[in-house]
Write a protein that binds this ligand. Structure first.
Ligand code: HSE
Length: 382
């Protein structure tokens, strides 16, 4: 066994991999903001710059270790990775295969659905985490961003047993596709702005004339679409990830399997819908339809949602509040997960609709991971 015994008499030794990428950078800044580094001994890894200088997070200077060398992880208590699924697929079996028995905390989807892994979203599933920890679980994965954000908003309804089924129609931001996609979205916006600039400056230009210019710009040869494969600015893309055998995309499939796994729902509650990319930068939104198990009064629903986590807020079903507080722009860079447009549908009192939005890089990615590290520290008493 190459893992040192975890003991409350010393800080956890935490190997951090993939800290420079987009999710990793958000994780690092959240850990710094919450003073998480003060209680651990961080060891930084790199796949490309081993031997270089590691970031100083309050522990002085150190050297980057080689993230491709399984032996370099010997003796760590925890591995915290945002390096991505390919690295996980290669290194998880190699490191575990050496007898490493520490806690693996992973942002990627590679391990999420394996039996040995618990998907962490502790404001909703702390009971699942604690039970699994006691039972010997040592592998923890953050959930798919859309699923985690949906549950941060609406998880209370599942926990109360009020959901017979749910459809989710998503409006997913560019960041979910990656850092290069965010740049491409802005480059597309610029190309449109540049093409339309003269007409836009002339108030006499008709809307249809402007529209023709935009339509020409987005289909012109040089228009940047290398990442998305199509114009996203001025459009929407009704496809995220790969095709599944039943015609769903993998992103849509995750909605069902991950939501059920995170909350350990029994019996299983069907969750399905359509996942769509829109021109938001880093916050995912989704419109849901819920078939309730009974006619729960709207006031009870709003109260349960509002009380479910300290970050979940109910926005009144009014235009000014919805435009001010229930948009990607309103929540980006914050941990707040608003839920609004709550009303019963005309199909009957058991049919509820809602709209919710959250920062895809925070609750959708980094936040559950850093909180899992805190939970480990609670368990081992450091
Ligand atoms: N797969 C998500 C998306 C992001 O494409 O938006 C990560 O969960």
């Amino acid at each position: 066994m190459s893992t040192a015994k975890i003991s409350s008499s010393r800080p956890l030794r935490v190997g951090i991999v993939g800290w420079r990428g987009m999710v990793g950078s958000v994780l690092m800044s959240r850990m710094q903001a919450e003073d998480d580094f003060a209680g651990i001994e961080p060891v930084f890894f790199s796949t490309s710059q081993a031997g270089g200088a590691a970031p100083d997070v309050g522990h002085g200077t150190s050297t980057l270790l080689d993230a491709s060398d399984p032996a370099a992880f010997d003796g760590l208590d925890v591995i915290l990775t945002c390096q991505g699924g390919d690295w996980t697929k290669a290194m998880y079996p190699a490191i575990r295969g050496r007898g490493w028995g520490g806690h693996w905390i992973d942002a990627a989807s590679a391990l999420r659905m394996t039996d040995e892994t618990v998907i962490v979203l502790d404001p909703l599933n702390r009971h699942v985490i604690d039970r699994a920890y006691a039972g010997g679980t040592r592998t923890w994965a953050g959930g798919n961003c859309t699923v985690s954000l949906m549950l941060m908003g609406l998880g209370a309804l599942f926990r109360n047993g009020w959901v017979e089924w749910m459809t989710t129609m998503t409006y997913q931001a560019a960041s979910g596709a990656g850092a290069r996609n965010m740049r491409e979205l802005v480059a597309q916006m610029r190309a449109i702005g540049d093409a339309a600039a003269t007409q836009l400056d002339d108030p006499a230009t008709g809307a249809l004339e402007l529209d023709r210019t935009v339509a020409e710009a987005v289909t012109a040869g040089g228009f940047p679409t290398a990442q998305f494969g199509a114009p996203l600015a001025g459009s929407v893309l009704p496809w995220i990830d790969s095709l599944q055998p039943d015609g769903a995309t993998r992103e849509e499939w995750k909605g069902h399997v991950e939501a059920n796994k995170i909350l350990a729902l029994d019996p299983v509650v069907p969750v399905d819908g359509l996942c769509v990319r829109v021109g938001a930068m880093r916050s995912h939104a989704q419109a849901v339809t819920i078939r309730l198990t009974r006619d729960v009064p709207l006031a009870d629903i709003a109260a349960a949602i509002a009380e479910s986590t300290p970050w979940t807020v109910v926005v009144p079903n009014e235009k000014p509040a919805s435009l001010a507080r229930l948009t990607p722009v309103a929540v980006s860079g914050t941990l707040t997960v608003p839920v609004g447009r709550l009303r019963k549908l005309r199909m009957g009192p058991e049919y509820l609709t809602a709209f919710t939005v959250g920062d895809q890089l925070l609750w959708g990615a980094a936040e559950p991971l850093r909180r899992m590290l805190r939970i480990l520290r609670e368990h081992v008493g450091t």
